[in-house]
Write a protein of this length. Structure first.
Length: 407
């Protein structure tokens, strides 16, 4: 079915926007610790009135960690850059509908919302269609702090006891889409590792400050408070200007620190980073250079591929059961199509198989050019190629102009 068979009048009318009525608050950015995580998790697990605002703020807090965010982007990017198609019941690709969906920026945002639901536990997306515009669909992710996914409420304020029952609205399934993950989300398991890692980094920073600039002490027996104050001021300014004047009977010393170079902090940071890698991507990819090897990296990559394939399967289910029905109702996609990721070919393995098959079978040169970009001119000639006039001239003996020794 082509897109020209879609009638714009099929799209239902829109009455209100949930994202516009909630009272957003500035998130708290103070330093978090394990007690904050325990309180936030306890509030989310309450039976009667669960509240997820503290836990979602904690998730946003730990996503500032460079290692965690890079691992999340690595996992999501493999799904977002995969090719997909819209196929009919017979398995044939609807080229026009597929291109229209690929060219719509909202498609990437919707796939990203599905992947975020696995990380954050849930995602509520609100659609705003604009037929005829270059970007025909706007996608707004409702603030997760205002959502109670267990009871199906959107809270106007995070302190409210009840809110908008979004699953009972007639817009649910068309303008309001819900994606759910497992439990409290994958980031809940990442919280303690990020908090311990930040604690170790903070302690290591203080350790470097103390051991990099050892404490300075002035020994004196003076009772003059003004002189002692001058000594303290001199010591405090010693880092910027290493000059000072003391009495001939006084003594200035640097306290030696017999401490390590911070192996304990480094080991804790490495442990937390490795745990985050295992949690998000199933393996430590390209980070352990001390004990790394090609076979270990290949095994880690294979494990990561298994997780990515599971993510792609989850995206296909969400797109076919949640997103496509909404896009059909909004007259943006033809009816009767199914979202499917295209299988990725291993080019190196396919090339090796082609080389082996070429020993026994004829291979289509046009297919080789399309697959590998190799221009095949024809069967290889094993006889000596005839020399060109320029080659004959270069081979000519300088002492015997008419003598060609290679002919």
């Amino acid at each position: 079915m082509s897109k020209k068979n879609i009638k714009p009048s099929m799209a239902p009318s829109r009455q209100k926007f949930i994202a516009a009525v909630i009272n957003s608050r500035t998130p708290s950015v103070h330093r978090k610790d394990i007690s904050d995580w325990q309180r936030a998790k306890q509030a989310a697990l309450r039976i009667d009135t669960p509240r997820f605002s503290q836990l979602q703020e904690l998730f946003d807090y730990i996503m500032d960690d460079a290692h965690l965010s890079s691992q999340v982007q690595l996992r999501k990017s493999k799904v977002l850059r995969s090719e997909f198609a819209l196929v009919n019941q017979a398995g044939d690709t609807d080229v026009q509908a597929t291109e229209d969906l690929k060219n719509m920026p909202a498609t990437r945002r919707l796939i990203n919302s599905v992947l975020d639901a696995q990380l954050f536990g849930y995602t509520i997306a609100e659609l705003d269609p604009h037929p005829g515009n270059p970007d025909p669909l706007a996608v707004t992710v409702i603030d997760r702090r205002h959502i109670d996914p267990r009871n199906g409420f959107v809270l106007i304020d995070t302190s409210d006891s009840s809110g908008i029952p979004y699953r009972q609205l007639r817009e649910f399934g068309t303008y309001i889409l819900e994606f759910r993950g497992e439990g409290l989300g994958l980031l809940d398991k990442a919280v303690p590792h990020v908090l311990f890692k930040r604690f170790a980094q903070s302690c290591w920073s203080e350790f470097c400050e103390v051991c990099g600039m050892p404490p300075r002490v002035i020994k004196t027996n003076t009772q003059d408070p003004n002189l002692r104050d001058k000594y303290l001021e001199m010591l405090s300014n010693y880092g910027s200007g290493a000059n000072g004047v003391i009495d001939i009977d006084d003594e200035m010393i640097f306290v030696a620190t017999n401490a390590s170079n911070g192996e304990a902090y480094e080991n804790l940071i490495r442990l937390c980073s490795n745990e985050l890698s295992l949690l998000i991507n199933g393996a430590v990819l390209g980070q352990d250079t001390r004990y790394g090897s090609n076979s270990k990296e290949q095994t880690s990559s294979d494990l990561n591929d298994e997780i990515v394939e599971a993510d792609m399967a989850a995206v296909e289910v969400a797109m076919n059961t949640v997103v496509l029905p909404a896009l059909v109702a909004l007259a943006l996609v033809p009816d009767g199509l199914r979202f499917k990721f295209q299988e990725q070919e291993d080019s190196s393995q396919l090339f090796n198989q082609t080389i082996q098959a070429a020993q026994y079978f004829d291979i289509d040169p046009q297919w080789v050019k399309e697959k590998f970009g190799i221009e095949v001119l024809g069967p290889k000639s094993y006889g000596p190629a005839p020399a060109s006039p320029d080659q004959k001239k270069s081979q000519q003996n300088a002492y015997s102009p008419d003598f060609y020794p290679f002919l």
